[in-house]
Each structure stands twice: as C-alpha cells, then as structure tokens.
Design a protein around this ligand. Structure first.
Ligand code: FMN
Length: 202
C-alpha cells in the first residue's frame, strides 16, 4: 500500500508516524520494542539535561544506555546556549536523526530553572539559543512547545515565526497550557485554521 511521504528537513520519515518523547518511557528498551512491532518511522529519546551531557563520561550507564540510532531524535532540555551547543556536539558522533529542543515541559521542578515551558515567555532568548543550535548541524532541528498560559493568537503566531526565522524544521505542539499539566483534554481549538506555521513540516 502506498504511504504518505513525511519529510523533516532534508530527511524522510518512513512510515510517517512518530513516537512522542516520554520521560521514563521512551528509553532504548521501549523504542526497541516499538521498532520490533513496526509502524513507527521516528523516535525520540527521553528529554536529556543539557547541563549534564557535556561532562558525561562515555563509560557512564547514562551514556551507554542512550541507544541512539539513525531513527532517533535527541531531545534536549535547558536554556543555556553553551550547554545546549556542547551537548549537540558531543551527541553528533552517535549519528542521531536530529535534535529537538524541549520548550514544553511544564513540571515545576523544570520550569523553576527557566527551562521547558518557562521559555515560552522569553522569545528573545529562544531566538538567540536557536541561532546557535542551528549552526551546529544541518540535521533536522525541531522544537516542542505548549500553548502559552496567556494565549493570544497573534502573539503566539509571532513566537512561532521565530522558529521559522531561525531555521527550525518543524514544531510539535502539545496542545495544553503549562498550567493545565496533563489534566484536561488538549485545546485543539487553539490550533486554529490559518495558523499554517503550526506543525508544518517543510
Ligand atoms: C509519562 C510522560 C512523559 C513525558 N515526557 C515528555 C518528555 O520527556 N518530553 C516531551 O517533550 N514531552 C513529554 N511528554 C509529553 C508527550 O510527549 C505528549 O506531548 C503529551 O502527552 C501530549 O499528548 P497526549 O495529549 O496524547 O497526552 C510526556 C508525557 C507523558 C505522559
């Protein structure tokens, strides 16, 4: 049966289905199981702390357990440009499909450091970090976001335009606000027709 063609940056995703990043779930073993059953063309690591990766020993259990293969996007967490860039440089030899920056994690213990969804309120910083990340690799570079707490469509679109301007290849929207946690159904009504820059792969 012919399959839809899904492209991300300069690469194809076949089959055109991705497994969302999930902390404590999408580890190497889980990904291997899903890969065995088939049907999924792209996987994500759990979110990796960019403060930790640069100094991590190549012999450590964390490093050995990464299990990055060519169908795996590395998801990074943090707000420090240098830490994110050095994490990417260290991970590149493992040959990942690409990199994703987590701007969607709404856990208090993450946001209190200014990471994850806290960055949704700092567009200038996001632009600066992305500029540096984009220079590291021509592989797919994506971001994961939530709908901001103080949602205003025009401001949201403006924020999304930063991603386009800085060469991000795709955006994944977790259609809940940070204040929602995981509590309520996703706010699909906010992913409005006409906001073509949301979830568009190019
Ligand atoms: C257990 C669990 C762990 C998650 N960990 C991550 C994560 O590490 N990085 C991330 O971007 N999203 C994470 N998420 C969010 C999911 O990737 C997804 O965006 C979210 O669950 C919305 O999809 P849903 O409406 O089908 O639940 C996690 C979700 C769950 C349930």
């Amino acid at each position: 049966m012919p399959q839809a063609n899904l492209r991300l940056g300069n690469q194809s995703i076949t089959p055109p289905l991705m497994l969302a990043p999930m902390m404590d779930v999408t580890n190497q073993a889980f990904r291997a199981l899903v890969r065995y059953y088939g049907g999924c063309g792209l996987f994500y690591t759990e979110m990796l702390n960019s403060r930790r990766i640069p100094g991590e020993s190549l012999k450590s259990p964390l490093w050995k357990g990464l299990g990055i293969e060519q169908d795996v996007m590395v998801q990074l967490l943090g707000d420090d440009t240098d830490a994110l860039v050095r994490s990417m440089e260290k991970l590149l030899p493992l040959n990942p499909f690409g990199f994703d920056w987590n701007l969607g994690c709404a856990k208090k213990k993450i946001m209190c450091w200014g990471w994850g969804a806290e960055l949704l309120t700092h567009p200038a910083r996001v632009a600066k970090v992305l500029q540096a990340m984009r220079k590291v690799t021509s592989r797919p570079l994506t971001v994961k976001i939530r709908i901001p707490n103080e949602f205003e469509a025009a401001a949201f679109i403006k924020f999304l335009e930063i991603f386009e301007d800085e060469g991000v290849d795709a955006v994944t929207v977790h259609a809940r606000m940070p204040k929602d946690g995981f509590k309520r159904p996703a706010r699909w009504d906010k992913i409005v027709p006409g906001s073509k820059k949301i979830c568009v792969f190019r």
